[in-house]
Design a binder for this molecule. Structure first.
Ligand code: TYC
Length: 104
């Protein structure tokens, strides 16, 4: 089919710049969860080194809460749920929460 060029379809290029919103997974302090368990959680679920996990655990112990990691919403929610399940299965009261990062 021959088309009148005045009505031809064109494709406009656009640079994609949107990024997914990110969420902080926060660890909350309590008086009963063993320090070793928290360090294990930070290493296994948040891929931290032994030194980093120990530093983050101590900061949470002293200040009340701290950031375990930053992820897209689904991954943040899934990590918090997996860690909570693991803690409960071992009888620990460890709590986590999720909060959005400020928009860039
Ligand atoms: N406060 C706990 C203790 O003295 C250790 C702890 C650290 C617990 C971090 C929770 O998110 C936490 N055994």
């Amino acid at each position: 089919m021959t088309r009148d060029p005045k009505h031809a379809t064109q494709t406009l290029e656009r640079t994609e710049t949107t990024r997914p919103r990110l969420f902080r997974v926060l660890l909350l302090n309590d008086d009963y969860t063993p320090m070793d368990f928290v360090v294990m959680v930070l290493r296994r679920y948040f891929r931290q080194s032994e030194a980093q996990a120990t530093a983050v655990m101590l900061a949470v112990h002293q200040r009340g809460q701290g950031v375990a990691g930053v992820y897209t919403r689904e991954i943040a929610e899934s990590k918090a749920a997996q860690v909570t399940d693991h803690a409960r299965s071992e009888g620990h009261p460890l709590e986590l929460s999720i909060e959005p990062e400020a928009e860039a």
